[in-house]
Design a protein around this ligand. Structure first.
Ligand code: PEP
Ligand code: MN
Length: 459
């Protein structure tokens, strides 16, 4: 987040004529939406949200769009990461700092080891709504609505918690605001100063072999900084970073209420986050999510799963970015380690041949999930790496730029994904499995991923 921001989008919230109405969107049969029992309570929550100040400025979104344009040109690399699902209870200083810290460590590894500018985006400050493969969940003969993220219902398996509650949308706003406030303070207030490169490497991670590898790199960086300072160079970039927020734009009530008209340009922005994306399950060409996001001016993403045809990708690009504006559209591919080498080339080839300007980013998580024998949803670290390697190989063979990675991670020492240098086994999953949705890389695994990706970038 750049402290030199654009002007606020003003108070103009009347989006009529510039954005389809909520009713128009719902008329498209929007998928993966909450089912609320009390329409008056929904209206009240939406009305409340429409009065709330923007969480991000349109000028900041434009700034990120420019950075993503550099990614699409092959001049920068995107690091996007955070929880699968944030929770209201997770809005604590420690939790936010730990996530930021691992992302800063990963970014410095990528920047230093691969000598490439890294665009830093958190799945943070808004990632509260989840698409689910089933509406219901059954435990011990009891069936209740599935957990759809804190934006919609509670995780606890009781009828009361699992009921869809529109007031939660207002809580999403407040939780996002509190998170973003802390993130802004951290990234501009000294914590992200490159002189802190050693202090980010604390606790358990310092003891790991990747932590030691990091320590050696941090020593080199410190020497370089001292040298720069000795010759009188001390640019602003040494002292703060640009960091942006992102989440899946899923619940229409929330995203619509947070869409405002930017006073500079008279165009709509979704001011709930800098970057928003459309998930694999809600990217229907005529669907509500594509319809809403095609009207906003933020940089946006679309997840593309293994069933994506080149025509699907071309049609999405045409609908979402008809002017072919650089930085506007990011395709986040999540084919799975076993399918990426076969499935991705055709899509990239045809999109490139059509002259479509897009940033290609790899989500190596969502195509590689399986259920361990103990019942935990997990992912193998090796599969994650294999998908990233496949992504690099495909792009390198086509002469296109592997523009970034989109990962689910946490700054804590959790046991949710198996493998990695610590050789976490399925039996270890029960030890510290804390995700309320998909399994995340822990801090050591995240750092390992960063070093491996840096090597791929260097090749
Ligand atoms: C996610 O990013 O958590 C997610 C649900 O991804 P996808 O839409 O790719 O399945
Ligand atoms: Mn997920």
């Amino acid at each position: 987040m750049n402290p030199v921001v654009g002007r606020a989008p003003g108070e103009r919230v009347a989006t009529e004529g510039l954005v389809p109405s909520l009713a128009d969107l719902h008329a498209r049969g929007a998928s993966q939406q909450p089912t609320y029992a009390d329409p008056a309570a929904v209206d009240a929550a939406v009305a409340k949200l429409r009065t709330m100040p923007p969480l991000v400025f349109a000028g900041e979104c434009d700034d990120l769009k420019d950075k993503l344009a550099a990614v699409s040109r092959g001049e920068a690399f995107l690091l996007q990461g955070g929880d699968c699902a944030e929770t209201f209870a997770g809005v604590t200083a420690d939790n936010v700092r730990n996530k930021l810290r691992v992302l800063l460590q990963m970014a410095v590894v990528l920047t230093y080891a691969a000598s490439v500018p890294v665009v830093k985006v958190g799945r943070i400050a808004g990632q509260y709504a989840k698409p689910r493969s089933s509406d219901l969940e059954t435990r011990d003969g009891v069936t209740l609505p599935a957990y759809r993220g804190d934006a919609v219902n509670g995780y606890e398996f009781t009828a009361e918690e699992r009921a869809h509650d529109p007031h939660r949308l207002v809580e999403v706003y407040h939780s996002s605001a509190a998170t973003l406030n802390l993130v802004r303070a951290f990234v501009t207030g000294g914590y992200a100063d490159l002189r802190q490169v050693h202090t980010w490497n604390t606790d358990f991670v310092r003891e790991s072999s990747v932590g030691q590898r990091y320590e050696r790199m941090a020593n080199e960086i410190e020497r370089a900084l001292t040298f720069m300072q000795a010759i009188g160079a001390d640019p602003d970039e040494f002292h703060r970073v640009d960091f942006h927020s992102s989440h899946e734009a899923l619940v229409l009530e929330y995203e619509h209420a947070m869409t405002r008209i930017d006073s500079r340009t008279d165009t709509p922005y979704d001011v709930s986050g800098h970057f928003v994306w459309i998930g694999e399950r809600t990217r229907q060409l005529d669907g509500a999510h594509v319809e809403l996001l095609r009207h906003i001016r933020n940089p946006i993403g679309v997840k593309l799963g293994p069933g994506t045809t080149p025509d699907d990708a071309l049609a999405l690009a045409d609908r979402l970015n008809p002017e072919n504006e650089p930085g506007r559209l990011t395709f986040v591919t999540r084919f799975g380690a076993g399918r990426i080498r076969d499935g991705l080339p055709e899509v990239v080839e045809k999109v490139t041949a059509a002259g479509v300007d897009v940033a290609w980013v790899c989500d190596p998580m969502h195509g590689n999930t399986f259920e361990a024998s103990s019942g935990y949803k997990t992912r193998r670290f090796d599969d994650v790496i294999a998908e990233v390697q496949g992504f690099f190989d495909v792009h390198r063979s086509l002469g296109t730029w592997p523009g970034g990675v989109h990962v689910e991670l946490t700054g804590d020492d959790v046991t949710e994904c198996v493998g990695g240098g610590e050789e976490l086994a399925e039996i270890d999953l029960a030890h510290r499995y804390e995700s309320v949705c998909d399994p995340r890389l822990n801090r050591v695994q995240s750092l390992e991923l960063a070093f491996l990706v840096a090597e791929m970038l260097r090749q």
